[in-house]
Write a protein that binds this ligand. Structure first.
Ligand SMILES: [Zn+2]
Length: 494
């Protein structure tokens, strides 16, 4: 078999003020063809999985570009033209191929394209023809659109949120694609629209049970793969919302029937798919009243992983106002403050302005007296079977709070975010992480308790108040269930 593999994507927050340009890809994840290291990065599972199979079975693998940008605002038209053009030119040079494998996100929006993945898959299909197997791995926070379904043979989504299973799903995708190319299976896909906007925390019930049910359905009775597209609520596109995807072996009706059945089950979980989200002071009151620490408190509204700035000061300001001791917070994105700390060096005390630089959604900057605890260049965190960058970092102490400042915008994934830089978590009462849910995999083992707060910030979970312009109505929770589910197939109001 001759296989082409590439990775391109980002998660676009339509409401984020941070532009996404070509440089955003170059500085976050960028490997020219053939230069990807042996170990998988977050988002490059298909390449690593394809290498494993190519080595083991003697396939010919042609590697294209791997490029991902940290979630932020809309991607520039020039950047999309460049990325799309690069991958397609690499594919054309590789033709003929038996299999095309892409690592995509599924929620990338460019100035000139609302559905980047649908656009790319359509262009790929136009170049390879109907006989080549085209497969892609997607993030469940994708907008599962018709153009993607029409032009791919196989779409496999991560099942877990936190996304701890990216490499596992990539191996499944590669396996199904190779079997399809050998003619052993004939994948057909069908999706069902749940007509709802929601987040889904997979470690907790009832979502845990739903994920286990999806897995149990696979590999039997002609069902090859089952995925739940959670949707990405901060992407303002016509295809936004939760959807179920089923891949069956040759039987599209069977795939469609199962997708509708599972969509009914998803609708029945509505309002119960995440941990309770508290207000900022409510969360702090509960955390500080806990008999023992550390209590991990997630500042979900400033999650860089959803396109938020990660430089908001609302939580830190309240910690300082309330004179909270034995607390830490991170990562707070502030390249200027990191630079000043590197210049001053460990042990220095200096007046520092931190955070609040992106705009009003980040709150005002804080002017503090800081002690520099440590500095490091090119730091990183482990996540999802790979590494993600933190950039240059500085750990500082401000009052009773130790803060991890970083220069490459990203969310909290792993306790090493703090402990690698001299911030001890064992003696902390409170650990504040800027993250929506991905922190859970790494921090749950060290947390006495975990609390989710939705304080002020960019990623409001009050979806009814987001200024959508393109999301078709009715949809829950913007509209009541009897309207949102009225056209859904089967038992609509369950
Ligand atoms: Zn995601």
């Amino acid at each position: 078999m001759r296989i082409f593999v590439a990775a391109v994507g980002t998660e676009t927050d339509s409401f984020s003020p941070i532009p996404t340009g070509l440089q955003s890809f170059r500085e976050y994840l960028w490997f020219e063809p053939g230069t990807h290291p042996a170990e998988a990065r977050f988002f490059t599972g298909p390449l690593v999985a394809a290498r494993e199979r190519a080595r083991g079975e003697g396939h010919e693998l042609v590697e294209g570009l791997s490029a991902f940008a940290a979630p932020a605002g809309v991607t520039s038209a020039a950047a999309w033209r460049e990325l799309r053009g690069r991958v397609l030119a690499e594919l054309e040079a590789a033709l003929p191929v038996d299999v095309v494998l892409l690592s995509l996100h599924g929620a990338m929006i460019a100035e000139n394209e609302l559905d980047c993945e649908g656009d790319l898959l359509e262009a790929v299909r136009a170049r390879v023809g109907a006989q080549t197997v085209v497969g892609a791995e997607l993030d469940p926070h994708c907008h599962l659109g018709e153009r993607m379904l029409q032009n791919a043979d196989l779409l496999v989504l991560y099942k877990e949120y936190p996304h701890t299973d990216t490499l596992e799903r990539a191996r499944e995708l590669v396996d199904l694609a190779l079997r399809a190319a050998r003619g052993e299976i004939r994948p057909v896909m069908a999706a069902a629209d749940c007509r709802m906007i929601a987040l889904f925390h997979t470690p907790r019930e009832p979502v845990r049970g739903f994920v286990d049910r999806m897995r149990a359905l696979e590999g039997r009775d002609g069902i090859l793969s089952v995925s739940l597209a959670h949707g990405f609520p901060w992407g303002d596109v016509p295809e936004m919302g939760a959807k179920v995807l089923v891949v069956a072996d040759g039987d599209r009706q069977r795939a469609q029937a199962l997708a509708h059945e599972l969509a009914r089950a998803v609708r029945s979980m509505r309002g119960n798919t995440t941990e309770p989200v508290l207000g900022l002071d409510e969360g702090l009151d509960r955390a500080l009243a806990a008999p023992r620490g550390p209590v991990v408190l997630a500042d979900t509204a400033d999650n860089a992983g959803g396109g938020a700035p990660s430089d908001s000061t609302f939580v830190l300001a309240r910690l300082l106002e309330r004179r909270v001791e034995r607390a830490c917070l991170g990562p707070l994105w502030d390249p200027v403050a990191v630079r000043f700390c590197h210049l001053a060096g460990p042990g220095a005390r200096l007046s520092l302005r931190i955070g609040g630089k992106v705009g009003p959604i980040s709150g005002p900057p804080l002017d503090v007296e800081a002690e520099v605890l440590s500095v490091a260049e090119g730091a990183r965190q482990r996540f999802g079977g790979g590494w993600t960058q933190l950039g240059d970092v500085a750990a500082i102490r401000v009052g009773g709070v130790e803060v991890l400042l970083n220069a490459t915008r990203t969310q909290a994934f792993d306790p090493a975010l703090f402990t690698d830089h001299g911030i001890d978590l064992a003696d902390k009462k409170l650990v504040v992480v800027k993250s929506m849910q991905h922190f859970h995999a790494g921090f749950a083992p060290i947390a006495r308790e975990i609390l989710w707060v939705n304080g002020p910030g960019a990623l409001s979970q009050d979806f009814a108040r987001l200024p959508y312009r393109r999301v078709p109505r009715p949809i829950w929770p913007l509209d009541p269930p009897e309207l949102a589910f009225a056209d859904a197939i089967g038992d609509p109001l369950r």
